[in-house]
Design a protein around this ligand. Structure first.
Ligand code: NAP
Ligand code: ZN
Length: 351
């Protein structure tokens, strides 16, 4: 018998996120059932609750920064036991056979990975529902282990914000002394500062917010450049080895690209829309610069990121909220008024 669980869902692009009861499937042989303790609130939750990516199906239960405790396991699960502390990020399945999956890059599955919410189960086509809920059932291949020493509340955002920043820093081989810049100090951006600092880079934050300067430095940033100040932007021309842009809205990339060194790379993680205004090709050519994108990280890399976080005592700066405050949290996130990630205490679902 499928289990009835309580969660919070958006019923349309314009409705508030509100209580919603739905069913979690019976355990398949490779499934792990997880009682959800905490779930981070990603800007992607807001984008999708409001259909800003034009691909939302309703009801939509957001949440892909999930931390919980294993409550039951399927007959063939050998690597998890009831009671284990585990995490689930943005994916719950992939084809497992294509070149990307074989390379441990399930997020780039050539058949399309199955997202934790607003996706379709590969076997029965039922909609996937995310972590704003009591419980989730996930194939063990998409469950990661929370290492001892990580505080559970502040570890939740590692499952998306953390891995989304860790993966491009690793892919582009950030090392001691590299000059790395992060654009935007939100959920993703603040993790970018912490990981790049732990990898030994000299880290700069680009921000619009003077109020964030001191906090960015306390997180490890060596410098902060106000992106609204043309003089400050000029002072870092041709300076950076790698820039990771986390801004969730359309904005001009050109002033940032001017701050890259020759042969270096600008990684977009924030903006899925067409890039506007356009990119000045001349500025790319004269310096042989590249622009690329990056999406979350594979499962093995997510585990490596969690282990790295425990080893380097890296955690997210979080504001813990009750689920009843989720709509207000979205509004505050839109105003960049969160330090620096909301995390829902799922115990509040019961009240
Ligand atoms: P967030 O917490 O809202 O942070 C975004 C930050 O961007 C803000 O704090 C702000 O920083 C800056 N910003 C906002 N609007 C801006 C504008 N109009 N111009 C310039 N800067 C602006 O969001 P998040 O959760 O970090 O997510 C950021 C984006 O990444 C979202 O679009 C999300 O969907 C996407 N995302 C992508 C992946 C992936 O795999 N690629 C994974 C997760 C999320 P300042 O105040 O410092 O300027
Ligand atoms: Zn996310």
């Amino acid at each position: 018998m499928p289990t009835a669980v309580l969660g919070y869902a958006a019923q349309s692009a314009t409705s508030a996120v509100a209580p919603f009861e739905f069913a979690r499937r019976d355990l398949r042989p490779d499934d792990v059932s997880i009682e959800i303790l905490y779930c981070g609130v990603c800007h992607s939750d807001l984008h999708q609750a409001r259909n800003e990516w034009h691909s939302s199906s309703y009801p939509l239960v957001p949440g892909h920064e999930i931390i919980g405790r294993v409550s039951a396991i399927g007959a063939e699960v050998g690597n998890f036991q009831p009671g284990d502390l585990v995490g689930v990020g943005c994916m719950v399945d992939s084809c497992q056979t294509c070149e990307a999956c074989q390379a441990g890059l399930e997020q780039y599955c050539e058949a399309g990975c199955t997202f934790t919410y607003n996706g379709k189960d590969r076997l029965d086509q039922s909609p996937t529902f995310g972590g704003y809920s009591q419980q989730i059932v996930v194939s063990d291949k998409f469950v990661v282990r929370i290492p001892a020493g990580l505080d559970l509340q502040s570890a939740a955002p590692l499952l998306c914000a953390g891995i989304t920043m860790y993966s491009p820093l690793r892919h582009w081989n950030v090392k001691e002394g590299d000059k790395v810049a992060i654009v935007g100090l939100g959920g993703l951006g603040h993790m970018g500062i912490k990981f790049a600092t732990a990898m030994g880079a000299e880290v700069t934050l680009f921000t619009r917010s003077t109020s964030k300067i001191e906090e960015a430095k306390a997180m490890g940033a060596d410098a902060v450049v106000l992106s609204t100040d043309a003089e400050q932007m000029r002072s870092v021309r041709n300076y950076f080895d790698l820039i990771v842009d986390t801004v969730p809205n359309k904005h001009d990339f050109n002033p940032y690209i001017a701050t890259l060194k020759r042969d270096r790379n600008y990684v977009v993680v924030g903006q899925p829309e067409p890039i506007e205004p356009g990119i000045n090709g001349w500025d790319l050519m004269m310096g042989r610069k590249s622009i690329s994108g990056s999406a979350i990280g594979g499962i093995a890399e997510t585990q490596a990121m969690l282990d790295f976080s425990a080893e380097h005592q890296i955690s997210c700066d979080v504001e813990v909220i009750d689920i009843q405050a989720i709509n207000e949290a979205y509004e505050r996130m839109l105003k960049s008024d969160v330090k620096y990630r909301f995390v829902i205490d799922m115990a509040s679902l019961k009240s």
